[in-house]
Design a protein around this ligand. Structure first.
Ligand code: FDA
Length: 308
């Protein structure tokens, strides 16, 4: 119930204004977002890489209906890719992109514009020796995002996709994407979705995650196991053994600020461990989804809000 309400609020413009204008969110935001500027993203990357972890950078933003904003987001990605290259970090860090941040939701031209913009980011990534992964947003965009992925992969086959285990369709999508060279990030899913398309019960979502993971681990692609859940991590390890996956043929991924000790532990035992690092000013939607996953954070947040 609380999760559903927080996910609804994640899309409320009014609450967004209230929350982002109040200086309370500082400590909580800082836990999940290392900063707003390119230099903050690069600094966080440098620290993580020095500590044996890999990185994927997300310039925060979503649901834009403004072509200028979409263009600014592309420019931010081009800038950070160049900065990574100059710092010698481009081999250790890739970027994650939400198509709705680069124009997908614009009426009439959205599909074409976001594809063109994604191409520009993929080209810049390729030029500095790294890759792009397309984030997955709510289920109304899944088909369009997978269609864009197919187009991008004609020129940039290294482009990665995200699939969400909470959707009923995802086991089939995993089968379709478990081919050689295909990079698939499997997560549980973070949006408010109706029962017609998504499992509502956490246990059902977990069972779906395991089925999807099995398909990906048994397949020919490169699975990216994006979860903080200790059980899912153990099961991924067991599948890697069962399907004879050599180290480096799959990786674990977690969000910046969540279970950092486990991130370090996995890296220390020789696993590829990538941290998803969001940065930028548009942290509201991202923060609300993190609160929805961990309502205990909400008490801290509300207490700070009330003490203002
Ligand atoms: P679950 O939520 O069951 O949490 C398992 C454990 O992890 C908890 O018991 C707790 O210990 C810890 N934990 C989880 N969330 C926490 C939090 N916010 N604060 C503190 N501790 C926490 N989703 C999506 O819809 N589209 C996408 O493109 C992506 N992309 C993405 C990339 C990467 C690299 C990751 C790791 C995740 C995503 N997600 C996502 C988010 C994902 O769908 C999911 O919402 C979160 O990862 C939480 O799910 P878990 O698998 O961690 O399990």
């Amino acid at each position: 119930m609380l999760r559903q309400s927080l996910l609804l609020l994640a899309r409320s413009g009014r609450v967004k204004e209230l929350v982002t204008r109040t200086p309370v969110s500082g400590a909580l935001v800082a836990r999940y977002v290392p900063g707003e500027a390119t230099k903050d993203a690069v600094e966080a990357t440098r620290d993580l890489v020095a500590d044996g972890r890999l990185v994927t950078l997300d310039f925060l933003g979503e649901d834009t209906l403004d072509e200028g904003q979409a263009e600014a987001t592309v420019a931010a990605y081009l800038e950070v890719l160049e900065a990574l290259s100059q710092e010698g970090l481009a081999r250790s860090a890739e970027v994650s992109v939400k198509l709705s941040a680069i124009g997908q939701a614009l009426p009439e031209i959205g599909a074409k514009l976001s594809l063109e913009n994604a191409r520009r980011i993929c080209r810049a990534a390729r030029n500095v020796g790294t890759t792009v992964t397309l984030d997955m947003e709510d289920h109304t965009t899944t088909d369009q995002t997978l269609a864009t992925l197919r187009e991008l992969r004609k020129d940039f086959p290294e482009t990665g996709a995200v699939l969400q285990a909470y959707l009923h369709r995802t086991e089939d999508d995993c089968r379709a994407l478990a081919y050689e060279g295909s990079r698939v990030r499997l997560c549980k899913g973070a949006y408010k979705e109706p029962a017609t398309v998504a499992f509502q019960d956490r246990h059902e979502v977990d069972k779906s995650y395991v089925r999807c993971l099995k398909v990906l681990m048994a397949g020919q692609g490169y699975p990216m196991v994006a979860t903080h859940d200790p059980r899912m991590i153990r099961i991924a390890g067991a599948f890697a053994t069962r399907f004879d996956r050599a180290p480096g043929t799959y990786e674990y991924q977690m969000l910046f600020g969540i279970r950092p000790d486990e991130q370090r532990r996995l890296a220390a035992v020789g696993e590829r461990m990538r941290v998803y690092v969001p940065y930028g000013q548009e942290w509201y939607g991202y923060l609300m989804r993190r609160l929805a996953e961990r309502p205990s954070n909400l008490t801290f947040f509300l207490r700070s809000l009330l003490s203002q």
